[in-house]
Design a binder for this molecule. Structure first.
Ligand code: HEM
Length: 201
């Protein structure tokens, strides 16, 4: 086992943009004077989550949904290993974490779309309630996600947070992805800036 490249640049930069956007959107959600900051932060989460959908099909090996969205049997098997404090090591996302990721992306898209509709005076009070409910659900999933990241890091003796920064995890050399995909990162950044600007106007 060596440290090998697993997460490409769009996955890593997209992830930390979502983290920053989510925290900022949450902190500014009640403030009238910081409404624009809230909209831009929420639009960032929305735009990254939307980009992640096609990237889940054309991205590098471990970014693909086919690599980490697994059926109930795989999730049960992983959970059984977790109960024995011996979870199977996955070079990419584990089967339980995979579903948290799907939920976070879906909630990011729904929360962003409902927020954008409210900002444009579409819908009524019910939509505001829905938007708040989606954001609160997302916070719950984020907390579960953090517990999963912490538990996975401890049980595998591998710091998953620094792996999401460096892109490198333990694995055999032939399991590494061949490229950081820098051009796709430029596409992601242009898309996020464009979408956030458009949604805030
Ligand atoms: C400080 C808070 C956070 C930390 C430390 C963190 C850490 C991580 C780590 C280590 C992974 C990789 C897990 C693995 O090895 O399988 C991951 C994946 C992921 N996290 Fe977080 N996370 C945080 C907050 C968030 C938030 C707020 C969101 C959504 C709004 C989020 C969405 C995701 C998604 C979508 C992935 C999958 C990445 C991909 O495949 O594109 N995370 N996170």
């Amino acid at each position: 086992m060596k440290k090998i490249l697993v997460w490409d640049l769009p996955v890593r930069v997209g992830h930390w943009l979502m983290v920053g956007g989510f925290i900022l959107a949450w902190l500014t959600s009640e403030s009238e004077s910081l409404r624009l900051v809230h909209v831009i932060a929420g639009a960032t989460v929305f735009a990254v989550a939307l980009f992640r959908l096609p990237w889940g099909f054309i991205g590098s090996r471990y970014a693909r949904f086919a690599d980490f969205v697994r059926g109930p049997a795989a999730v049960k098997e992983y959970a059984a290993g977790l109960m024995k404090l011996e979870p199977a090591h996955h070079v990419g996302h584990n089967p339980a974490g995979g579903w948290a990721i799907v939920l976070l992306l879906g909630l990011g898209i729904l929360a962003g779309a409902s927020g954008w509709a409210i900002y444009n005076d579409v819908g009524g009070h019910w939509l505001e309630e829905l938007h708040e409910g989606l954001a609160a659900t997302m916070l719950t999933v984020v907390l579960v996600h953090l517990v999963g990241v912490f538990t996975g890091s401890v049980l595998h003796g591998e710091n998953l947070v620094s792996a999401m920064l460096s892109g490198r995890k333990n694995g055999s050399p032939e399991a590494a992805i061949p490229s950081q995909r820098p051009f796709a990162l430029l596409v992601l950044l242009a898309w996020v800036v464009g979408a956030a600007w458009w949604m805030a106007n």
